[in-house]
Ligand binder design. Structure first.
Ligand SMILES: [Zn+2]
Length: 50
Protein backbone atom coordinates (compact mmCIF):
# COMPACT_ATOMS: atom_id res chain seq x y z
CA UNK A 1 0.00 0.00 0.00
CA UNK A 2 1.23 3.45 -0.83
CA UNK A 3 2.24 5.59 2.11
CA UNK A 4 2.93 9.30 2.28
CA UNK A 5 3.93 11.79 4.94
CA UNK A 6 1.52 14.08 6.69
CA UNK A 7 2.62 17.66 5.87
CA UNK A 8 1.79 18.69 9.44
CA UNK A 9 3.44 16.08 11.62
CA UNK A 10 5.41 13.98 9.08
CA UNK A 11 3.88 10.74 10.31
CA UNK A 12 3.32 8.17 7.60
CA UNK A 13 -0.25 7.67 6.44
CA UNK A 14 -1.33 4.80 4.20
CA UNK A 15 -3.34 5.74 1.15
CA UNK A 16 -6.35 3.45 0.63
CA UNK A 17 -6.06 1.44 -2.60
CA UNK A 18 -9.30 2.92 -3.89
CA UNK A 19 -8.29 6.50 -3.16
CA UNK A 20 -7.93 9.00 -5.94
CA UNK A 21 -6.55 12.50 -6.27
CA UNK A 22 -8.85 15.04 -4.66
CA UNK A 23 -10.08 12.68 -1.96
CA UNK A 24 -9.98 13.88 1.62
CA UNK A 25 -8.76 12.08 4.69
CA UNK A 26 -7.71 12.87 8.22
CA UNK A 27 -4.29 12.32 9.69
CA UNK A 28 -4.69 9.66 12.40
CA UNK A 29 -1.85 11.20 14.37
CA UNK A 30 -2.43 14.97 14.45
CA UNK A 31 -5.98 15.14 13.10
CA UNK A 32 -5.10 17.46 10.23
CA UNK A 33 -7.51 17.51 7.31
CA UNK A 34 -5.61 16.42 4.24
CA UNK A 35 -6.36 16.21 0.55
CA UNK A 36 -4.73 13.70 -1.73
CA UNK A 37 -2.90 15.88 -4.22
CA UNK A 38 -1.48 12.94 -6.11
CA UNK A 39 -1.77 9.17 -5.74
CA UNK A 40 1.37 8.34 -7.68
CA UNK A 41 3.63 9.58 -6.34
CA UNK A 42 1.56 9.85 -3.15
CA UNK A 43 1.40 13.45 -1.97
CA UNK A 44 -0.87 14.97 0.66
CA UNK A 45 -1.63 18.63 1.09
CA UNK A 46 -3.12 20.22 4.15
CA UNK A 47 -6.63 21.57 3.81
CA UNK A 48 -7.00 24.95 5.45
CA UNK A 49 -9.89 25.52 7.79
CA UNK A 50 -11.30 28.29 5.63
ZN1 LIG B 1 -0.37 14.54 10.90
Amino acid sequence: MAVSECPECTCHIPIPPDASAGDFLECPDCGASLRIKSVFPPIFEKVSGD
